[in-house]
Ligand binder design. Structure first.
Ligand SMILES: Cc1cc2nc3c(=O)[nH]c(=O)nc-3n(C[C@H](O)[C@H](O)[C@H](O)COP(=O)(O)OP(=O)(O)OC[C@H]3O[C@@H](n4cnc5c(N)ncnc54)[C@H](O)[C@@H]3O)c2cc1C
Length: 472
């Protein structure tokens, strides 16, 4: 598909929602380099300084020179100011992105924390190796992923914490520490999922897995049958690598399951990795049409699903190296795409799904889809989001950026958090900070211990908008 420039400009304005809502310039990313923007272009934070980090000495010098509060920036895909604090210093970790050690025989790699997954994949793919656990996209930094304790579609893996062997951190006084399950274990388990609140993660050592071919299959099941179907067909099949199930507007009640299983069949896609710098005009237009054209949500059923239902055999690394650019709209001036995620114990799956559907149907949420995944409990990490085996519900939605629209989103987000809490569940922290203080404390009661530990190691100056808002 190609467009002449004027038509593309017109489409880009429409795609940003310009025809549908008044412009809110506050939502744009300001040109001022001290205004720290995140992927949503909402919740920009004006910092007092930015230090470019290329090595541990840069971190130590920055901490020595700057006496105030310090936050840490990775890929800046978190959505509520988690990488910055008003008037503080931001350490930009992205330039610190080298390989420290690669041991293909033992399937271990150690990298500097600012490296992005996609760059690590370029290094390990020729050795036939893959990252064991990561998000669905490869654009994130390793340090940012560790610090939110990310997870992906990997069946049985749970959060990334399980594949982390060791971390190197710089503590507030400039001390360099190695932390693992054996040494400085308390710091290790608090820094993973610690959103920059324990120290600056400078190196990460990870276990790797083999790269192999995977084949996609798709199924539809009813929401009531899904947990049993998942147990029998997905969880108990050791050949399954990736799985998620999508719920769509309007009733969100008929999951479409997508499963990737190990195979020896011939490849349908021969590239080993998703190319860097790809152009995704078709995908972007499709997403716009789905969210803006009346009846657009049915386009997925009519156009996308028949394509996605076709057989596909790809390398694991190909599927693991998707680029978030696929999802990037032409602009975010008037509307932006946002995520939320809720974790609910297995036994409450159906009840949560039913009630969630009611909230999403009764409120104009702009939901594109809700993606279901599963995670085993994560008992070691202090700020764990999976305190027992859980299903997660990732809500992907488009919202306007006007103040009124943001208030509406805050309202239905709080209703969703209450729903998760009433089902003994919790919510994921890298997204917009709409939870009330009480909701945060109920979802993360262990934050009190985390705060004490931060005080013990003198890390209170390592903070960000999230830790400040919830007084941790
Ligand atoms: C399109 C999209 C898809 C996503 N999909 C998934 C998914 O599949 N699974 C999932 O779990 N999450 C997902 N996320 C959320 C994403 O994983 C987190 O936002 C993650 O933090 C992104 O990494 P980052 O490098 O952008 O981190 P940033 O946003 O830069 O940082 C995140 C947090 O980590 C801290 N931090 C960063 N680097 C360091 C460091 N070196 N030392 C100490 N602290 C540090 C920051 O201060 C901040 O608090 C998705 C987000 C988007 C936008």
């Amino acid at each position: 598909m190609s467009f002449d420039p004027s038509r593309r400009k017109a489409l880009s304005l429409i795609a940003g929602g310009m025809v549908l809502a008044p412009l809110n310039t506050e939502a744009r990313c300001p040109a001022d380099p001290l205004s720290i923007c995140n992927v949503t272009h909402l919740h920009t934070v004006k910092v007092g300084g930015i230090a470019e980090i290329r090595g541990t000495d840069d971190v130590r010098q920055a901490l020595h020179k700057w006496r105030g509060q310090v936050s840490v920036g990775g890929g800046r895909f978190s959505m509520g100011g988690q990488t910055a604090i008003h008037s503080g210093l931001q350490l930009n970790m992205r330039p610190m992105n080298g390989l420290v050690k690669f041991d293909p025989l033992n399937r271990v790699v150690r990298v500097q924390a600012g490296m992005r997954w996609r760059d690590l994949q370029t290094i390990i793919d020729p050795a036939g190796l893959s990252i064991r656990t990561m998000q669905s996209y490869s654009s994130f930094t390793v340090g940012g992923s560790i610090s939110v304790n990310c997870h992906g579609r990997y069946v049985g893996h749970g959060p990334i914490s399980r594949s982390v062997r060791a971390l190197q951190l710089v503590l507030p006084d400039g001390e360099l520490v190695e932390a693992s399950r054996e040494i400085n274990a308390e710091i290790f388990h608090a820094a993973i999922g610690g959103y920059g609140g324990m120290g600056v993660v400078t190196e990460v050592e990870l276990n790797l897995d083999d790269n192999f071919r995977i084949e996609r299959s798709t199924n539809r099941v009813s929401i009531e049958d899904y947990p049993a179907w998942f147990r029998e067909r997905v969880q108990s099949n050791p050949k399954v690598l990736l799985h998620n199930a999508d719920l769509f507007p309007g009733k969100f009640d008929y999951p479409r399951c997508v499963t990737w299983t190990r195979t020896e069949k011939p490849l349908t896609v021969h590239e080993r990795l998703t190319p860097l710098g790809g152009r995704y005009t078709k995908e972007q237009l499709f997403l716009w049409a789905m969210t803006e054209v009346p009846g657009g949500s049915s386009l997925r059923e009519k156009v996308a699903m028949p394509i996605e239902d076709k057989p596909a055999v790809v390398w694991r690394n190909y599927e693991a190296s998707l680029d978030v650019a696929q999802l990037e709209p032409a602009n975010r001036d008037v509307a932006t795409y946002v995520l939320q995620e809720y974790f609910v114990p297995e036994r409450h799956f159906v009840s949560f799904a039913r009630r969630m559907s009611k909230i999403l149907q009764s409120t104009p949420t702009g939901t594109v889809n809700v993606s279901i995944r599963h995670s085993p409990a994560d008992l070691a990490v202090l700020m764990a989001w999976a305190q027992q085996d859980v299903f997660s519900f990732v809500v992907y939605y488009k919202q306007r950026v006007s103040i009124q629209a943001q208030q509406q989103v805050a309202q239905w987000t709080r209703a969703m958090i209450d729903l998760a809490l009433s089902h003994e569940g919790t919510y994921y922290l890298p997204y917009q900070l709409h939870a009330t203080q009480e909701q945060f404390q109920r979802a993360y009661p262990q934050a009190t211990m985390f705060k004490k530990l931060r005080q013990q190691v003198g890390a209170s100056r390592f903070t960000n908008t999230m830790w400040a808002q919830y007084q941790v």
